[in-house]
Ligand binder design. Sequence first.
Ligand code: SF4
Length: 380
Amino acid sequence: MSPAAVYLHTPFCRSRCSYCDFATGMYDSASAERYVRALCSEIAGWQEVESPTLIDTIYFGGGTPSLLSIDQIERILTAVRNRFKVAEDSELTLEINPGDGGTRGDFFRDLRGLGINRASFGAQTFDDCELKMLGRTHGSSDIPETFKQLRHAGFDNINFDLIAGLPGQTRAGWLRNLDQALELRPEHLSLYLLDVHEGTPLADQIKRGMRRKPNDDLAAEMYATMIEQVCASGYEHYEISNFCLPGFMSRHNSKYWTGAPYYGFGNSAHSYDGARRRWANERHAAKYVELIDRGESPIVERTELTEADARSEAIFLGLRLMRGIDLQSYELRFGRNLREEFNGELDRLREAGLIEFDEELLKLTTRGALLSNEVFAALT
Ligand code: SF4
């Protein structure tokens, strides 16, 4: 089995973004400290798989992990290093929000000193009006400034998250965003189409007519243009929403798409043993801390995958990768020929221009990547 990944959740932010439905709340230093103690204690007492377990990616996600202090990040990393065997060349990522109080040059240098070698940062858009609409705390000038500080601190592997299809965003506006991101030339780009989640302030604003509903046709056009433009700048489109310069694929996220084991710690974190077992922690941070303080397990959900579940997941995750599904490996793993299994469906999807396949590979087309939910519904 390939080395595992470790995910560490930080459930705090400076303020709540209007589109966010993640398990995160407001930052205050006392709650953050209680949470970090609980997180370290969960890692130290964790017994879901046998020790020593080799891992080669660690990911601090959230929330806003860059709100934690260097001392807190160091304590969490020490807990991970005490519990797992961490490969020498591991990828260690920390998510950063541009312009956060803690994101200064010395903070970034200290992060490098702890072994964090990849920074992922939520740029979202370079347009100040759009940033305001999204409820982000940073301004557009914070993005190049934070990027420069990261480079000076020695980060040579940086990801930007950008969102397309925002209410009122034009094609020209999106292209300006993309140009500014490409000018900085981060090693990795995660480019998402806006998903409006029920119950978020943005969904409410759209319902009440305060914001324009995102236009699906325009979003499709933006997605196609984005692929063209980003690939023409030397990036590889390797996953539906992800692009990288050669050699800079996200090793951590690739674990999710290739069925490798991953272990999540903290509230709302999910885990997978790489075979048939999945489990998830308590979603709410305060309840999570209470469980840990009482010496109880924070795991609230366990799933045993059936053979059919495992096949569906292999198709769903395999198709997210633009290289597609290796049909021979699928047959070796499940003893089934995927082309025979979905014969009529595959022809229909190919005629609709959503997939392409030959004897070796089955993959999405650009149009299929945009309408991937339709393909997944037909094949899983
Ligand atoms: S910074 Fe990220 S996690 Fe925090 S509220 Fe905004 S979108 Fe949600």
